[in-house]
Write a protein that binds this ligand. Structure first.
Ligand code: PRT
Ligand code: ZN
Length: 284
C-alpha cells in the first residue's frame, strides 16, 4: 500500500513541500497527469490540490495526510489531526487598520465592518471577546477593501507586511501565528500509520540537520579542556592529534541558536582554523 499525501498544486507552499520530500530522499516520478504522482523509492502517492480543499480530502480519506497552512486547517475546521509542524510557509493572520487610525484593543472592532477570507477565525476571535461586528467575506485582494470603502478593517495573512504598507494599512493585532503543518486523518490504518512514522523520522532528521552545524577547528593542547567544554557535541567532541606537536583537531556539532556566541568564545580560547560545515542529515 501507499500513503496518500495531498500537497498544494501551485502557490506558496508547493515548492517547499516538494523540496522537503526531496531532502527526505523521496524521489517523485514524473506523473502521467497533473493531479497525481508516485514516489519511485518510497510508498507514497502524491495528490496536487488547492490548499483550501486539502483538509476536506484528508477528512474524507481521499488522502491520508496533507501539507497545508494552519490558517487553512483552523478556518476549515475539518476532522483532521495536526501531526507535525513543517517549519515553512510562516505567516500570521492579523487585523489591519488604516495607517492613521489607532487600534485600541478588541473593543475597537465593535460595530465595524471587517473584510476577510477567514470568517470562521475572525468570528471565533469576536466571540471570545464578546464583540459584535460585521464580517464581509471576500476571497482575494482583501487589502484593497478599506480603500474602496467596503470595510473599515481587514483581517488577512501577513508575512513581510509590505502589502499592508503599500495599501496605506498597518497591522493592529495578530489572531493566529501560522506555518505549514502535516495533517492526518483520524483513525489512519495501521499500515498507513507505519509509513507516516517512517516519513516523519526522515523529515525530523532533515530538520535537525538544518538546525545544526558541523564544526572543525585546531586547538592548542594547553587549552584543549577549555575548548572542549565549549563544545557539547552529540556525545562529546572528537579530538585528533595534528601533525604539528602541541595541537589537536576538534570536531563537533553545534546548534544554530548558540552558533555565534560559541564561535566567539572558541576564538578567545585560542581556537584557530575554524571550519563550519552544513549537515545534510542527522540521525540520533
Ligand atoms: O490556489 P490555492 O488555493 O492553492 O492557493 P492560495 O492562493 O489560496 O494560497 P497561496 O499560495 O497564496 O498561500 C498558501 C499558503 O501560504 C497560505 O494558506 C498560508 O498558509 C501561506 N502563506 C505564507 C501565505 C503568506 N505567507 C502570505 N504572505 N499566504 C498568503 N500570503 C499573502 C497574503 O494573503 C497577502 O496578500 O501575501 C500577502 C501579504 O504578504 P506580505 O509579505 O506583503 O506581508
Ligand atoms: Zn487557497
Amino acid at each position: 500500500m501507499r500513503l496518500k499525501l495531498a500537497i498544494q498544486k501551485s502557490g506558496r507552499l508547493h515548492d517547499d513541500s516538494m523540496r522537503l520530500l526531496k531532502e527526505a530522499g523521496i524521489d517523485i516520478g514524473n506523473g502521467v497527469n497533473k493531479l497525481k504522482a508516485e514516489a519511485t523509492n518510497f510508498p507514497l502517492e502524491l495528490f496536487f490540490l488547492r490548499d483550501d480543499d486539502i483538509p476536506q480530502y484528508v477528512e474524507d480519506g481521499v488522502a491520508d495526510i496533507g501539507f497545508v497552512g494552519e490558517n487553512v486547517v483552523y478556518e476549515k475546521a475539518k476532522k483532521v489531526e495536526v501531526a507535525y509542524s513543517l517549519g515553512f510557509g510562516k505567516c500570521r493572520l492579523s487585523f489591519a487598520v488604516r495607517k492613521n487610525e489607532n487600534f485600541t484593543g478588541p473593543s475597537y472592532l465593535t460595530g465595524k465592518k471587517i473584510a476577510t477570507s477567514y470568517p470562521v477565525l475572525v468570528q471565533g476571535y469576536l466571540d471570545k471577546h464578546s464583540i459584535k461586528a460585521e464580517i464581509h467575506e471576500i476571497s482575494g485582494s482583501v487589502e484593497i477593501a478599506p480603500g474602496i470603502g467596503l470595510a473599515d478593517i481587514i483581517c488577512d495573512l501577513v508575512s513581510s507586511g509590505s502589502t499592508l504598507f503599500m495599501n496605506g494599512l498597518k497591522e493592529a493585532e495578530t489572531i493566529l501565528d501560522s506555518q505549514a503543518v502535516l495533517i492526518k486523518r483520524k483513525a489512519l490504518a495501521p499500515e498507513a500509520e507505519a509509513i507516516l512514522q517512517k516519513l516523519l523520522f526522515r523529515v525530523e532528521s532533515v530538520k535537525k540537520a538544518k538546525r545544526n552545524k558541523y564544526v572543525l577547528l585546531n586547538a592548542p593542547n594547553n587549552n584543549l579542556e577549555k575548548i572542549i567544554s565549549l563544545l557539547p557535541g552529540m556525545k562529546s567532541p572528537t579530538v585528533v592529534a595534528l601533525a604539528t606537536p602541541g595541537w589537536s583537531s576538534v570536531h563537533s556539532v553545534i546548534d544554530e541558536s548558540d552558533f555565534w556566541e560559541i564561535i566567539e568564545q572558541l576564538k578567545l580560547a585560542g581556537a584557530e582554523g575554524i571550519l563550519v560545515v552544513p549537515i545534510e542529515k542527522m540521525i540520533l
